[in-house]
Design a binder for this molecule. Structure first.
Ligand SMILES: C[C@@](CO)(OP(=O)(O)O)[C@H](O)COP(=O)(O)OP(=O)(O)OC[C@H]1O[C@@H](n2ccc(N)nc2=O)[C@H](O)[C@@H]1O
Ligand SMILES: Nc1ncnc2c1ncn2[C@@H]1O[C@H](COP(=O)(O)OP(=O)(O)O)[C@@H](O)[C@H]1O
Length: 291
């Protein structure tokens, strides 16, 4: 048995911390958009005796042992279903690492969807997301995909909005840690951003471009990092409607109204930023390419 899935990266369009949950995680006002940067994940079942997971990846910087989120996702899937199998997983990686685009979460999401397909959809969508949540907060977001916003913490709702924009992303030559970002917030908490409801009502009744004016990220405020501010300014000066960092960084994106304005921005900024790319919204998180 073998399956190949494509798992899409995400951008955070709105990110604010509202408190602390009993689990220790922070409660968030969060909205995300899947975009057409992806990893392709091929899962092969070698036997159905004992659990084992062999991982290969085209990026040598990624650990291929128990530290890989694929290993954790597969273990969590088999624990939840009571099944066991020896599997081989190949990751064809394109999503930037430690960029705030779900660089590892996409592979966790892809592995869970792939295994669930291979084993006859043992888990329904909600149960699969619950397994994903155990291995990482962003995994359910990457499973569901599309345009999502939270109503209560951890509960993501799909917004059926018009995704009428193009993003230009700058992946700088430094990365930022998610755990450190939340620790920095704890050391210096910020006020709750009052515009989350405005953002959500703009996208739910309309389009991404209508919500663009409210796009924001609490970590930008927390970091006060001149390198982030410079990228945001460069994107604005090259024609972005708005610019912001995604997640805990370090990727910064600009929202553009057309392919032409995005291409122009990418062209004029590519001398300064070698890792710059355009990306577009997509309406799903993971889909089956081959089986
Ligand atoms: C900040 C966000 C925004 O989408 O994304 P990234 O920048 O990582 O992409 C997420 O909240 C990150 O999600 P994810 O990267 O899956 O987090 P996890 O692996 O579960 O946890 C990484 C670290 O962040 C902390 N964490 C995570 C989520 C949350 N709501 N509160 C937290 O305090 C965890 O306690 C852990 O120390
Ligand atoms: N399958 C995987 N792909 C990428 N990174 C992985 C994977 N499994 C574990 N990691 C580890 O996760 C970290 C990258 O996290 P990532 O999700 O890209 O960051 P962010 O949350 O900022 O998007 C790295 O330390 C990397 O070693």
């Amino acid at each position: 048995m073998k399956i190949k899935v494509r798992a899409y990266a995400k951008l955070n369009l709105f990110l604010d911390i509202t408190g602390r949950l009993p689990s220790g995680r922070h409660s968030l006002n969060i909205a995300t958009q899947s975009v057409d940067i992806y990893d392709d994940i091929t899962v092969s079942v070698m036997s159905t005796d004992n659990y084992d997971c062999r991982i290969t990846c085209n990026n040598p910087d990624i650990p291929c042992d128990e530290k890989n989120i694929v290993w954790k996702a597969a273990k969590a899937f088999f624990d939840a279903t009571g099944l066991a199998a020896e599997i081989a997983v190949d990751i064809e990686k394109h999503v930037p690492l430690m960029g705030g685009m779900g660089g590892s979460s996409v592979d966790g999401a892809g592995t869970l969807v792939a295994l669930n397909e291979l084993f006859g959809k043992k888990l329904d969508a909600e149960a699969l997301c619950a397994v994903g949540d155990k291995i990482g907060a962003d995994v359910p977001i990457c499973i569901k995909g599309g345009t999502l916003y939270s109503i209560t913490s951890g509960d993501m709702i799909a917004a059926e909005c018009d995704t009428n924009c193009v993003f230009v992303c700058i992946y700088p030559d430094f990365t930022l840690s998610t755990a450190e970002a939340y620790t920095k917030y704890d050391e210096n908490p910020t006020e709750i951003n009052p515009h989350y409801a405005d953002f959500v009502s703009s996208i739910v009744c309309g389009s991404l471009s209508e919500g663009a004016g409210f796009i924001s990220n609490v970590f930008t405020e927390i970091y006060h990092d001149s390198r982030i501010e410079e990228m945001k300014t460069d994107l604005l000066e090259s024609g972005a409607v708005i610019s912001e960092m995604t997640g805990s960084g370090s990727v910064v994106f600009g929202v553009f109204e057309s392919e032409e304005t995005a291409a122009y921005s990418k062209k004029i900024l590519s001398g300064k930023y070698p890792h710059i790319f355009t990306t577009r919204p997509v309406s799903c998180g993971v889909y089956v390419l081959e089986r």
